[in-house]
Design a protein around this ligand. Structure first.
Ligand SMILES: [Fe+2]
Length: 152
């Protein structure tokens, strides 16, 4: 009798653990497919010394490079996160989740990025005539929001 009761207790405990595991798996898959906005670091960051950023800061700062201008007047604008060849990682728990490009105070475009399958890069075709400054903004889910600008 005691043995039967003990087996019953073990079986109930195993079901409880199994049920928890199933819930955890379902939650994890949902988060992997569509990253949750909860828990994202949305603090605006700036380098401590803008003239001499650290490698950590360079890794998060978007770099803007201008390419060719086509016959219609649209210039290729490439954005890479980060700078000086220090590329920000893209792993399941640490990635650049969005990039924006601004021309003066106008939002040119915004791209949201999935972890692992993409990294911090974007490009636009922009008619930059009449604008004075381009600003790229990049959000790291762990380390906040970073930006950098170029003068036109
Ligand atoms: Fe980061």
């Amino acid at each position: 009798m005691e043995r039967r009761k003990a087996l019953k207790t073990v079986a109930v405990a195993a079901l409880a653990v199994g049920g928890t595991a199933l819930l955890a798996d379902g939650h994890g898959k949902k988060n992997h497919d569509i990253p949750s906005k909860d828990g994202m670091n949305r603090v605006k960051m700036t380098p401590a010394d803008p003239k001499n950023p650290t490698n950590y800061e360079l890794k998060h700062m978007p770099e803007i490079k201008l390419g060719k201008t086509d016959k219609k007047g649209f210039t290729t604008v490439k954005i890479t996160v980060g700078q000086n060849g220090i590329i920000h990682p893209s792993t399941a728990d640490h990635w650049i989740d969005y990039i924006e490009l601004w021309a003066d105070n106008k939002l040119v475009g915004r791209t949201e990025l999935l972890p692992v399958v993409s990294r911090g890069y974007d490009s636009y075709k922009v008619n930059i005539k009449g604008f004075k400054k381009l600003t790229a903004v990049a959000g790291c889910n762990l380390h906040g929001i970073w930006e950098d600008s170029i003068t036109l």
